[in-house]
Design a protein around this ligand. Sequence first.
Ligand code: GLA
Length: 685
Amino acid sequence: MQYGADYNPDQWPEEVWDEDVRLMREAGVTVVSLGIFAWSRLQPAEDVWDFAWLDRVLDTLHAGGIAVNLATATASPPPWVSATYPDTLPADESGASYWPGSRQHFAPSSPTYRRLAGELVRRLAERYVGHPAVVLWHVGNEYGCHLWMDFSDAARDAYRGWLRARYVEVDALNEAWGTTFWSQRYGSFDEIFPPRLAPYSHNPSSMLDWRRFTSDMLLECYLMEREILLAAGATQPITTNFMGPFKPADYRRWAPHMDVIADDCYPDPANPHRVRDAAFQRDLVRSLKPGTPWILMEQATDAVNWRPANPGKAPGVLAAESAQSIGRGADGIMFFQWRQSRAGSEKFHSAMLPHTGTDTRVWREVSALGERLAALPALPAPGRDARVALVFDWENWWALEERDHPVDIEYLPIVVAWYGALHRLGIPVDIVPAEQIDDGYDLVLAPALYLLRAEGAAALTTFVGGGGTLLAGPFTDVVDEHDQFRPGGFLTQLGPVLGVRFEDFAALGRSSGGAMGVGALSVVDTGGEAETVRFDLDGVTVTGSLHAEVVHPVGAQVVSTFADGRSAGAPAVTRHRSGAGEAWYVATMPDADGVAALTAMLVEASGARPLVPDLPAGVEVARRGDVVTLINHTDAGVQLTLTGTDLESGVDADTWALTPQQVVFVRVPASAPHPPAPTQNRTHP
Ligand code: GLA
């Protein structure tokens, strides 16, 4: 288990470095991410290079037994780059430049940026590939974090090249984008621009490609640096730090190019759903590279500086949140940053070593965690522990949140709501695209799969045919990979499995607040209440929102019908035996109670099982191989039933009493607590 933080020794006089290493050892630090923002120190002018200080830092760390995750330092170009090469600067939608003075002020597709960054990486790589301290390479930093869309001329040129490579013939693009609409037909790729400021909606199919392109440009920057590192003979693993469910970058496409997945996660202490949301993020990154541990590359020890209000963590939360990552597959726990900065935008951000020193609660908690992790026996790799999958897909996310739909929908709250119901029950879940669904799962939830590729539909269909249980939510199977309707209506691929025929989306409206738009098609947020509908589920009255779709059963059994609204009497929930499995459809977005009730029914129908029975609220359970992590996130003591051995103390037990924020790692017998007979419900007797 690695333990450490970002280390920015360039912000400090050299006298501090020895003390840093001494205190790192005291805190149990094993590794630091070094020099992430050090470009201006390494190359103070175009033809001036200074590696001597970095040589000394690396040697000092190595002598102290601290390993290094060496950064390529390309995330914040020095002022001379921006002043000499304005073509490295990105532009906004209106063409206005972003300027230096902060960080990430580079156009990812700028050839000049890539040339300069590439040269820096080459020199770093050639100098340090053989340094014994370097165990990992940290490329860039949080690609796209602040600026993920660049509309500059460099982006324009790269976009045209990217489209040319994708479509070869411009008429193939015209077809994919449906450009006969509104006279948008292109005569050549050179007539295409990034979606800069326009009078009204951009072509939605073009927006989907634009999203793909912007994600790919960031990925190209990463790949360029990776290639340089490899060419220089780097044998250490290479990574960059992800940001969980980060919309601009399709991490699914990045993951194959990462030797180890690394993720930054900053749960908001004020968020009442903090534990659920962070668990979702950790399961998402774990699912990016199934079967391999990942690294929590950054978290805060206490408060951050970048929210409007920045409360600190309650005592014990630091360890509990770290254990959440470990339980969900992390083999490294790291922070931003080692020593709190004295200057700059992040001087109020917490660190392992606070500005107020070591006689602090943060230091004590940091050191205690380091000591505990150092003694923790090795954990098994996270394997195929989950028998439930939640479908999550970046392209679908992008297309779903485009404008001009029956109703505006936010994707993340929907998938997280369904994830939350499983998390509450203590049921392990993988978060994967539809194409990755196979018969290793008992239950698959696809709550909002608007863009459904043919391969994904085929995988879901095979899954149900083979005995799996599928839930599809509203606004699913609506468009193809170009954001175009498929011929023949909606639910054209999943309709037969679901046993329903789709008639109408029946979007739910919002009551008017009385405001008026100026001119045709102007958008005015009236601030009115969102319309809802009701239906009954096992005696629970559920409220539905967004849609109350009109679907007709074609073989499906109607579980519940809409009790009110324009769709009253139409099925709200259906279930359909199909092959050896079963497919459910829910024609609206249920409220939290509805999601919980439906999840319970699906769990029952599918044979999926919680890791421990009757999990108390606020208590978390996660599994990696034969180790189950129990975390009490509440302020009260709790008792849990689970047969196993405390990994740290060696004590055997059947019940576990956990104090507030307490964490226990329990090794369980190989057969438990997976479902006793995973296939028992598959024949639907
Ligand atoms: C991100 C960055 C770090 C730092 C932290 C602050 O994760 O990668 O450099 O800015 O945020 O929370």
